[in-house]
Write a protein that binds this ligand. Structure first.
Ligand SMILES: [Zn+2]
Length: 262
């Protein structure tokens, strides 16, 4: 027992001496240590940061407006979805104060959006646009369709011209857009003009949809019409643009409408 005790006493004594020496040294020579900047230690990645509960994505309410009511800006009209009533007349038709070859008649909300669209094309790109056809009554569409059939037959006419009651132009929400001078008016080549390119890329910002995209005939029922824009409101247009969904039929999970039922 004794030897062990003696060893411990010696060790304690040595420790005290060392401490005193160290203390004296630190008082005498104040830092001559070159300062070295030490990068901050990386925050430990392994620390269990709690993964937040995925907050539910705010989902777009597809039922916020009717797609059946012809007075709704979301109404879907195609070869399988006639307007109801078939001779529907929009409630608030006005003439949009824009360059036009035919009366730029359309619903008031659409007129405001069209003015903003045309202004933006002019300001942003120096592009002048023109309304070439807008609201068409059931009677007018009947005449247009009948003339088409008389000249070219039913099959050909149905590719380009809606039967009365099936035209978006009867809703007061559709506008055929061209350029002053009429270059490529109502022709596929309009889509390649600067005006057509700009419209395809920017119409959604103002609530318009290029309603009959290239290659979508089996879904929408009409050949490519880069001039035909349908007002659906900024909210829906932005959502479709963001999702990359090109047609109303796909967005609302509707039956493709390549042709009339009868
Ligand atoms: Zn049209």
């Amino acid at each position: 027992m004794f030897p062990a005790r003696r060893h411990r006493a010696t060790a304690v004594g040595a420790a005290v001496v060392l401490l005193v020496v160290a203390a004296c040294a630190s008082e005498r020579d104040v830092p001559e240590v070159p300062t070295v900047s030490i990068p901050p230690a990386p925050s430990p990645t392994a620390s269990p940061t709690p993964i937040p509960e995925p907050s539910p994505e705010p989902t777009f309410d597809r039922e916020a407006r009717s797609i059946d009511d012809p007075a709704s800006i979301w109404v879907v009209v195609n070869k399988l979805r006639p307007l109801d009533p078939i001779d529907f007349t929009p409630p608030d038709l006005v003439t949009a104060p824009v360059s036009a070859t035919n009366p730029a008649t359309m619903r008031a909300e659409v007129a405001d959006a069209l003015v903003a669209l045309f202004d933006a094309a002019r300001v942003e790109e120096g592009i002048e646009l023109q309304s070439q056809s807008a609201y068409r009554s059931h009677a007018t569409q009947s005449t247009i369709y009948a003339n088409g059939v008389a000249a070219n037959g039913v099959e050909y006419t149905d590719r380009f011209s809606a039967r009365p009651g099936h035209s978006e132009h009867q809703t007061g929400l559709a506008v055929d857009i061209g350029v002053p001078g009429g270059e490529c008016s109502f022709q596929a080549c309009f889509g390649e003009l600067p005006a057509g390119v700009w419209l395809a890329e920017n119409a959604h910002r103002f609530g318009f949809l290029l309603r009959y995209p290239d290659g979508a005939q089996p879904i929408v029922g009409f050949d490519y019409e880069p001039w035909h824009f349908r007002y659906i409101g900024v909210e829906l247009a932005a959502e479709m643009h963001e999702q990359g969904v090109a047609t109303l039929e796909e967005f609302f999970d509707l039956q493709p409408a390549s042709d009339y039922a009868d």
